[in-house]
Design a protein around this ligand. Structure first.
Ligand SMILES: *Cc1c(COP(=O)(O)O)cnc(C)c1O
Length: 377
């Protein structure tokens, strides 16, 4: 699905010296590399504060601790996402409220959010799924109306820009009250281990969160709040700082690959290709963490088996809706409220997507998919 080896081979000359600097300085925790990466990411995103931490799941948890959410508070998020999002809500004894997604964008359905708001609702977590920004203007307006926090789960969309109704653009992660991201190796900006970060434009919240990631300490050995130990280590920061200047090029390579896939599948009666490529080459409206097709009248699992038999990796993100996971069942849920997710889990398939895909690979993948579908009608 990804080719991190070829990517590393091309940037080894900048990554290795950056790591070596950390080794020579022996500043393995915090220190200048982490600070440098933090500043560079703040500039890149146009956000006031980046607070690095250990991984994307911690980042989400810490945002909710920072906002002071209390047990029993309800947090609305999408039924169709990676479990990390809902896991940390539950871990903090908050109540996850899952809602359906849009059939075209796969992102959280704004009408469904509206219907799920109760007096206990405190926050909404839109996930910019597969690299496509959620409908942030509508979500922010709804949040303002009901006095709710918006936490962007930006783990899959770093570098994407959201275009507001007035035409202006903001990078995802800089729109909500606070955002989280992951630097897991296969993410669009990945390190060589685990890593994550929190973003916010709110000075007070940034201060609170900086303490939480460091055992609730604002002054050495004074623990004002219950915190955690969640740090981005300096070697990972060295990798990320070396890769950050390439992020736009990487995202562009992903979009180019997506464009070629879309072209090959264009107007096929059994294949719905992803949206988000309507604009010009330089538009970063979708950064294709995943390239996901929605199949109509195709035996998806048979196609998966066929691709595997041809040594083509593929993935099903996600095969089970979160509301049906044992850990997250809730009596409030009604199957009729999840018709889109219940369908998508049966019809989506994600094809290889990374920065190193070449035309020959794309041609082999698309022809193998098309041959299977056209001969199994
Ligand atoms: C990857 C991911 C996370 C978790 O990130 P980790 O760094 O693996 O903890 C959270 N949310 C979404 C949507 C993700 O894709």
């Amino acid at each position: 699905m990804v080719d991190l080896q070829s990517q590393y081979a091309k940037i080894k000359d900048i990554v290795d010296p950056s790591i070596q600097e950390v080794m020579d300085s022996a500043a393995f925790i915090n220190g200048p590399k982490v600070h440098q990466f933090q500043k560079n990411l703040e500039d890149y995103l146009g956000v006031k504060h980046v607070i690095p931490c250990a991984n994307g799941t911690d980042a989400l948890q810490i945002t909710m601790m920072g906002l002071g959410l209390q047990p029993g508070d309800e947090v609305i998020t999408a039924d169709f996402t990676f479990a990390a999002t809902v896991e940390v809500i539950a871990l903090l004894q908050l109540t996850p409220v899952l809602v359906d997604v849009d059939p075209v964008t796969f992102n959280i359905d704004v009408e469904a959010i509206k219907n799920a708001i109760t007096p206990k609702t405190k926050a909404i977590i839109p996930v910019h799924l597969f690299g496509l920004p959620a409908e942030m203007d509508a979500i922010m307006a709804l949040a303002e109306e009901h006095n709710l926090y918006v936490i962007e789960d930006n783990a899959q969309a770093i570098g994407a820009s959201y275009t507001h109704k007035d035409g202006s653009k903001t990078k995802t992660g800089a729109i909500g009250h606070v955002a989280s991201t992951s630097f897991f190796p296969s993410k669009n900006l990945g390190c060589y281990g685990d890593g994550g970060a929190i973003f916010t434009n709110d000075d007070d919240l940034a201060h609170t969160i900086r303490g939480i990631v460091n055992h609730g300490m604002y002054e050495r050995y004074h623990h004002d709040v219950v915190g955690v130990n969640s740090r981005l280590d300096a070697i990972q920061a060295a990798v990320l700082d070396a890769k950050l200047p390439h992020l736009d090029t990487y995202n562009k390579a992903r979009r180019n690959a997506a464009r070629k896939y879309n072209e090959a599948f264009k107007n096929h009666p059994n294949i719905v290709t992803p949206t988000g490529l309507e604009q010009d080459d330089n538009d970063d409206a979708h950064v294709f963490h995943q390239y996901t097709l929605n199949l109509k009248g195709v035996d998806r699992d048979a196609l998966v088996a066929h691709l595997q038999a041809n040594n083509i990796p593929c993935g099903v993100y996600y095969p089970i809706p979160l509301h049906l996971q044992k850990a997250y069942q809730d009596e409030r849920y009604n199957e009729d409220d999840f018709t889109v997710t219940n369908q998508l889990i049966k019809s989506v398939i994600s094809l290889p997507m990374h920065t190193e895909l070449d035309d020959e690979q794309i041609e082999f993948i698309t022809s193998t998919v098309l041959n299977f579908i056209n001969s199994n009608k």
